[in-house]
Design a protein around this ligand. Structure first.
Ligand code: G1P
Length: 307
């Protein structure tokens, strides 16, 4: 069955960005000139997804406004002859594929996923967490869909994480099958590094079968008192195989101010309009600190930003 639907979560409090997120959603913070959530929406569309549901919560109206038409703004841009900006703004608003579901209580990622059960129905779907932005030749969601088409089972994006970051991720117990594909034998949400079954962490991209919904309904609060998607997937394991896919691409964790800063630098160094001046600026800083060091390029910064 084709993966037609994608779910994007945008219901969190954004506490790591306070006070910036006191009166605006963290998903609307910019990575260069686009809000973080737009990267996830564009990735879903580039992966041939036909319908998107964004899970929002109180105070997230600007997310809906962002993906809506703004006739006044479009009119002003047209009058001013700002055709590039007009094109950009109207194409975002033309995306009629997006609808919204509100998560009334923030009881965890697993609980958020349960709120879209009616929208998804009885078919497999993609799940994207906008805190993870992935740069890759083939959109990472499309990579997972391809793996799903071969295995017909849930597929989790995975990557090796440094030992000191293991406790920030769902971690799988893997059995390597071939190339990038691993069978998931077990998984645990945010374990202490000494108890972790591996260093393969789950990144915020999934293709899930609809059986995740009954599994989540049976899932008790876990880490942090929240209903965890990782626990729901563990509950599903006795009945269904689950696979991890080591995706191709570089992931940026934009869920913290430092991660967003690193991603912003790496993205700007790839942008022809900004790269030259930024590189000059960074080289200047670098020379000031270490007179003999060489200038930074995009690859250096991309490497730095993998968390
Ligand atoms: C969530 C998941 C976790 C996963 C992570 C990826 O955690 O619960 O299993 O590894 O996303 O970013 P969060 O970062 O939302 O706390």
């Amino acid at each position: 069955m084709k993966i037609r639907k994608a779910v994007i979560t945008a219901a969190g409090w954004g506490t790591r960005f306070l006070p910036a997120t006191k009166a605006q959603p963290k998903e609307m913070l910019p990575l260069l000139n686009k809000p973080i959530i737009q990267y996830a929406v564009e990735e879903a569309i580039a992966s041939d997804i036909e319908q998107i549901v964004i899970i929002t919560a109180m105070g997230k109206h600007s997310v809906e406004d962002h993906f809506d038409r703004s006739f006044e703004l479009e009119h002003v841009l047209q009058e001013k002859g700002m055709s590039d900006a007009l094109e950009e703004v109207s194409s975002i608003g033309n995306s009629s594929k997006i609808c919204y579901v509100r998560q009334r209580e923030q009881l965890g990622l697993g609980h958020a996923v349960l709120t879209v059960q009616d929208f998804v129905g009885n078919e497999p779907f993609a799940l994207l967490l906008p805190d993870d932005v992935v740069r890759s030749e083939v959109p990472v969601t499309r990579q997972l869909i391809k793996a799903f088409e071969q295995r017909r089972s849930s597929i989790l994006a995975i990557e090796e994480v440094p030992e000191e970051r293991v406790s920030s991720y769902g971690i799988i117990k893997p059995r390597q099958l071939n190339g990038r594909l691993y069978q998931v034998l077990g998984m645990v949400e945010k374990p202490d590094a000494c108890r972790a079954p591996s260093r393969l962490g789950i990144v915020g991209r999934y293709v899930l079968t609809p059986e995740i919904f009954p599994a989540l309904e049976q899932t008790l609060p876990g880490k942090g008192g929240e209903i965890q998607l990782t626990d729901g997937l563990s509950n599903l394991l006795p009945d269904q195989q689950i696979f991890g896919y080591k995706f191709e691409g570089i992931r940026y964790d934009v869920g913290t101010p430092l991660g967003l800063l690193k991603a912003s630098l790496a993205f700007a160094l790839e942008d022809p309009k900004m790269a030259g001046e930024l590189r000059e600026y960074l080289t200047g800083l670098n020379l000031y600190a270490h007179p003999t060091s060489v200038s930074l390029d995009a690859k250096d910064l991309a490497r730095l930003s993998v968390s």
